[in-house]
Design a protein around this ligand. Sequence first.
Ligand SMILES: [Zn+2]
Length: 1166
Amino acid sequence: MRIRRLSAVFWATCIIAFIFILYVVTDLSFKLPSIKPAVEDIDNAKWSAFETKLRHIENELNKHHDVVGEIKSAVDQIVEKSQEYYPPQKRPKVVKEVYNEVKQREFKPVADEPPKMRVPFNVSTCPIQKQTVPKTDIQMLSLYDRIMFDDIDGGVWKQGWNIEYKEDQWNHKNKLKVFIVPHSHNDPGWLKTFENYYKTQTRAIFTNMVEKLNEGVGRKFIWAEISYLALWWTNDATDKEKAAFQNLVKNNKIEIVTGGWVMNDEANSHWLSTIQQLTTGHQWCIDNLGIIPKNAWSIDPFGYSSSQPYLLKLAGLDNSVIQRVHYRVKKELASNRQLEFKWRQLWDGVGKTDMFTHMFPFYSYDVPHSCGPDPKICCQFDFKRLPGNGISCPWGIAPQRITQKNIQERALLILDQWRKKAQLYRSNVLLFPLGDDFRYDRSNEWDNQYQNYEQLIDYINNKDEWNAEIQFGTLEDYFKALHAEVKLTDFPVLSGDFFTYADRNQHYWSGYYTSRPFYKNMDRVLLAYVRAAEIISSQAISSRSVTHIMSLQLRDRVEQARRSLSLFQHHDGVTGTSRDNVREDYAKKMYMAIKYSQSAIQQAAYYLLKQPAILDQTQDDVYLDVDDVWRRHDEVPARITVALDVVSPSRKIVLYNALAFRRYEVITVYVSSPHVEVFDPEGNPMMAQISPVVAGEKRLAFAANKYQLSFPVVVEPLAITMYTVALRDSMSINKYTSYARVRVYNADYWNIDLPKMFPVEQPTARLAEDVTLQASNSTRLVVNMNGLIKAIVSPDGTTVPLHMDFVQYDSHRGKDNNSGAYLFIPAGPAEPFRPDGFPELVLVEGMYRATLYSALNSPKNADVVLAISVVNNPTLPHSEVEISNTFMIDPQADNLELAMRFSTDIKNGDTFYTDLNGMHMIKRRYFDKLPLQANYYPLSAAAYLEDERNRLTLITSTPLGMGALQPGQIEVMQDRRLSKDDNRGMAQGVLDNVRTRHMFKIIIENANKPCQVKTAADHPSGQLTLGAHVSQQYLLQPLVVLHYTARDDSPHAGYSRATSSAADVVLAAYTSHISTKNKDGSVLHGMGMTFQRVYLEQCYGSNEISKWYHVGDGQVQISELVDAPSDKIFESSLTFVNLKSQLPHGVVTLCPQEIRSVFINQTLKN
Ligand SMILES: [Zn+2]
């Protein structure tokens, strides 16, 4: 017995010794320079040796259970400390149980929870085809490869050829049917603001419309922009005018085309924003006109994305019209009569996604380029240009009023143009759009256009021998006649997109991918807020604890924000192609929308935390502050500093996850004291990292009296959770807080005044070699002496060279040949951006997060402050680097475009992939036959390069322009400052640059060999890995961090309702207060949800990640998200206006790449 006890004491002593050593080693590891990897490796080896020994000792200890209980608990604490990095996998479960308890108590008994329902679902019937290439008639990337992009003068049709026809093509049975479609293109903001255009022009268009359309029997008109119609409806239209308008719609004299809030941009807009703007418009249409648009009209966006026709198809539209396509592509399609085609998704093997599309053949949508190939002639048939109306024909021949005397000659002249245009299409049905920007605002214009055409129509229709039938028409009239004549199967299938657009010469419209990047970034911030506000409000509203009036207040604020986001999707909004004062107006609207969203989020969060019902709340009550403070509409937002003192020694940090899967992240908040500790939702102390705050615009500095506090958090899908930050006694030993190690280079003149706990190194010699940076087991960064990334060492030890630098472009200075808001016409290849030597560098390394700050100043060019971070997040085991880039182009710079470039040894040849509106990935190739600006593409969310070994993925917070101009290289334009106009109507340069911040993530993943589900090598589409997808979702929809400020301090520890958590399903929309049209025509009210299931790459990336982020089977049971009986759940169209059949068991089934919407009927019985 005595020997046993002795042995126990011996082992206990050993343990204490080990604990001591562990502490010493922990401290030392922060002092050891990490520039020498060998030392680190030994360090790691030591760690694992200690761990092995510990385990061995633990085994021994088990034998002496009763004796060493106390010691073991000490060991446990140490072990827990090392596991705290992320969970124990146990932790989320514990959290969940707590939530379930809350749910049981507050919402509904657990017995009511239905079992997970699965419906029979055969994935092999899905339209997705990746192992082989789907068959199409026209594949855009192949077409790009094939054609030479020559620019031969085609005569009157400059970019085409001399069109001929035979008069006997038509006979009395087979007439040429011409539909004259009057339209007015109303930009919701461009040269004037939205409201100013409305006041000066658009309002008059509506008042004339309701009057003039009834003056002739066959008169028709189409209207696209619902934002304007809604403004007229609310502000000015009389009841009589509204009734007249509704009648005209009902009688098919006015057709609402597309029915979006705006005619959205297709390069920069995120697909989630496109859905927002379409839904806002369609919901308005159903509520006020009782109609659902059938045909889309997108004549002015600067290039077209293939995600748009897919969204239109899902929204229930049948046909679509587009115009701004590269002139050489138009010529190619026209020469094969392929200007009308079925636009199919890149991945669709069966044709389930086809959208019938009509492309205009000529230069513009104005009348001179619409009636036929000769603008000199067509212009004479734009009767607004009759002499004396202030607008003339630049080709020198003015229109003539139609009279008895000239009618024969005039009729034959335009008929000849129509006949020629018809040669480019497969049918005898012809679409002739009659309109232009802000047309039909004056009453005499209505008279001039309609009366003259009415005479021509009568005259031609009465000439039997001409075999023509002319009428005014809507798009619906045109497409109906077309489909009656030519079977859908007789049209070609096209896949791919129409970027990058050129309208003439080498004028490629790739400048607008980047113009005004501050506001492009703000657009994405707003999107995240609108989504979060919409989802959390819907959760609050559906929890039934919210009063009716509160529910309406929440809805109104979300709707207000949604309308501003939607307005900015306009093709002169997010594109950055409006006048300065208009851009200012958009920014102020978005600023207010962020405020509205934040207000709705904090109120809804409070309701959910305070269930059941709170009765005495007002709209202005603030319970929580959102930790993202927008002080101005043109200033990078600030963070809240949590002020802790003896009076208020602790503060609750509330987190809301608007993603429909569980997230694991290291978050950072600012605190006023370095002596703090963090408690998890159950009140257990947690490991946390304290770092100094490095701030500054041109020069770096440590911020006084604030510190970064970083700690790992887990937040359930669509859940609220709460962590506590508290002051601690600064004198006591603190096991849970670690202080970052700080290194300052090239700033020996700094007087560093940081609290003593931070180990600081400040060499006096200037940095002359590479340094490395790492946060515990994170990716390690190798940084060169200029403060830029040189290589990345993955957690498994492989080094990938990644050379980062900045470059700058100058504008070409030829006559009518320079960069501007739309165009990118560089003077030549990029020049290096040369900042001053020996930039100030600050390296901050802690257990969770390590950041390199560098200030790169190039006087008269630009200042760039970089914060490059690696994070210790074991749930994302790939190599990942975060780059925060805050910069300002110098106001003295004359024509400067700044790009960030990464060069790698990836052997991708000329192939790379970019996203389309954040929805899916498209394959691209660098073409030497095209100029540099033509090889620039929209980078809306992500791009990647790959070879047999590695894939590099770049993810962006901001839609920008990108190029992959050399093998292994990828560059992203950051900002552009241009002194000249580029002659596309704006009549100004881009000189309103402000300090802007973009966030990027660089992910490097290894190829998995062998790989089972391989995409065909020549497949025109790509896909992100699970890791890149998750990281992208994190960047797109950041955790909402709120500080609890309500006086009342007893909320629930969290709120969680959702039980579905598949990371490959994106909850694209979850919105309340929507309307839908039942099959019997009645309107129902309720909630709407939209889901997307992404198809994920399996040949790259770590398999480890699927342990954390579950990939589902494509089935979502709606009751996993919201309380809804399954007989109330219906499939619906994308914008919810069209009700389809009831969903069996309330389960949505999604094929990979599919998007589906549901409607939950909550119509109250009267
Ligand atoms: Zn426009």
